[in-house]
Design a protein around this ligand. Structure first.
Ligand SMILES: [Zn+2]
Length: 153
């Protein structure tokens, strides 16, 4: 594992929501605790095994949202150990490479134009992704950010 440090626009989903996912289990109508995988009849009472629908709560992962919207999943990466953070896989314009440059000083107070142009670039390049996330998690839970990402990869 390697450490990555980036100054970049990114997305933060403040509330990953859970959704009900429908499932089916095979049960005996009388012995519903008995789950019959491949069997046709209950070994306890001989009744026919039936399909029973149930739901489980599952976290709605961003990649599932992208999949459902027909968007390429690897354009915005979720970052391990950084819950709800999505990092672009492209470098923004005028990217400050703080991993490879040595002896540098960037006065970020004077970089507000650069920050704004990177945010605009991000919003435009990932427009469809952001809209899909707004639809899935509600706009107030999805934040476009600019700043420092420090993570393991
Ligand atoms: Zn039974």
């Amino acid at each position: 594992m390697e450490i990555s440090i980036r100054l970049t626009p990114y997305l933060k989903i403040n509330k990953i929501k859970s959704i009900d996912v429908p499932k089916i289990k095979r049960v005996c109508p009388t012995h519903s605790n008995f789950i019959a995988k491949g069997e046709k009849f209950c070994p306890h009472c001989g009744a026919e095994i039936v399909n029973q629908e149930y739901t489980v709560k599952e976290e709605l992962h961003p990649y599932k949202v992208f999949q459902a919207a027909g968007l390429q999943e690897d354009n915005l990466f979720t970052v391990e150990y950084l819950e709800g953070v999505l990092k672009p896989n492209h470098l923004p314009p005028y990217y400050i490479n703080i991993e490879e440059q040595e002896n540098m000083a960037h006065n970020l107070l004077k970089k507000s134009d650069l920050i704004q142009s990177q945010i605009l670039w991000f919003k435009e390049k990932y427009k469809d992704y952001i809209i899909a996330l707004y639809d899935a998690y509600d706009a107030e839970n999805v934040e476009v950010c600019w700043g420092l990402l420090h993570y393991w990869r």
